[in-house]
Design a protein. Sequence first.
Lengths: 304, 314
Amino acid sequence: MRYAYYTGCVAEESTSELDYSTQRVCEKLGIRLEKMKSASCCGASDIDEVNLDLSRALNGRTLALAERDGLDIITICNVCTLTLRTVNKNLKENPDILDATNQVLGQIGMKYNGGVEVTHFLWVLMKDFGIERLKPFVSRPLAGLKVAPFYGCQILRPADKLGFEDPYNPTSLETIIAALGADPVDYAGKTKCCAFLISLAREKTASAVLGQQLWDGKTAGADCMVTPCPLCHISLDAFQTMAEKQLGRDIRLPIFHLPQLVGLAIGLDPAELKLSRHMVSLDGILAKLRGRAPAGVVSGAPGE
Amino acid sequence: MLATFKIQKFNPETDGKAHYRDYEIELPERATVLEAIIAIKEQLDGTLSFRCACRSAICGSCAMRINSCARLACKTKVADEVARFGTVLIEPLQKLKVIKDLIVDMDPFWRMVEKVRPWLMPDPHETPPERERLVAQGTDRDVMRDSLCIFCACCHTDCNVTEIEPGFVGPAALARGHRYVADTRDGATEQRIRLLSDSHGIWECARCFVCTQVCPKGVDPRESIRQIGHLAFERGLVSDDGARHAQAFLDSVKASGRLNEATLPLKTRGLGVLGMTPLAIRMFLKGKVPFPLQKPVPDVEEIRKIFELTEKKR
């Protein structure tokens, strides 16, 4: 099992713990990642807003790089996933758009023929690798840990570009959480927005949107959350204090990147998962997993 | 098919607050949720109140939340909902005042639609033509897509931003606004783009894609919002922090091939970024603020060439 590994900008820098833990987990599971060193940023939903031709050419180049190596692309970010898949679908389904894009790519000696699929680490675990194959790797089941899945928008919607699962009733994260021995927590915010993309431009609104989802998860009894997206992670973890301020409530909910949660259960050392880089401490969770949770820290009633 | 329903009920004359009532009813395999609640009203609970008219997804009046998602009751099959959720939970559209049971006051929604001036405004300096104005083929595609909207308010009420920020004009209104921007017969394009990109307009969209996903008619409000953003850029309307964010993003990818997370806040917010200093310091201590001077990705010349070939002059 081998993929062209599209790390994405945010996982290379502010959430480098995601890149790091993804690589450790894939090593252990035998999933080979060939890092796409010269790929550009996908442009998120910003570049396609300014200049659609540019977005198609930039991402067309990324797709062509993978095609040249005969590999499909694996991403670890929801926004990269949607952006690359949207461009890929456009190029594959519209010969005119593909031609126009290849006119540009031709000038740098490249061509895309439409032969690449773009997938996400979550989907690879669920489908290509498979949940039954994951279970025997679970050497330290996360027994008793209540985990709230936070999908993030751009891995579910719009389904015509993503389409891995029911956008209103997804189950992949719950399936993985259960396979790792933990208990998935159901709550209203699990398919909602973290508002990362307007966190700079509309800070108050974004903090209130974010706060609602965190609070929903917290009050549903979660010890922690897990997300497959580094942008959601920045919101949920690093901007959590802004949400607390906006809500006037303590939340203090630790947030895992998906490969970190998998990594803990398959026996990787917390140091290998770089858990100490998080803004909201995961110490209470680790103590709980070691069976010495200080009362009230992990599963205590949420503070008002 | 025996199906179970949990329906939110509220009668302002007798109830202090909303409550849920369970119903169990035998239905034909092909029944829609609308047919089910009509049957419930006829056979089990004459007080159950809801709006409906056309029964064929044209009037938009039977919009309600079905298993926590805004949908048209007449376009939703009971069997599909039972297969996905085991039962059918029905609630009124969220964030609008409940008049009774599933009937909500749509006025706040209409006020948002009115804000985008949803009518053709011909150029006042243009002499009215002798005959009808013809729309050239190919320019009508976006107008057609936006025009499919039936104002059911599914996208508006499920939007993750309007849910929190009632001032946001919302996806339905923005798509309707775009319908007139895209119409070649309209003479107020410039004013419209300014109006739609004001503080509660397109830059408040968080890109959650709920609107595009829930629309029962195939309108794609997020795409319409993107297109308005594009037109705002073409005209240099880039004073909003949302637009500055997009511009900063573009500049950073052009320079290094990658997003520069360190400079993005400053370029988006200007001096307003100072309010974020305490958070920035704590993030810095965790190693979460990258060094502002980035090493470009290998082969960045290819990326710069792509920019050169695709950038349009403003």
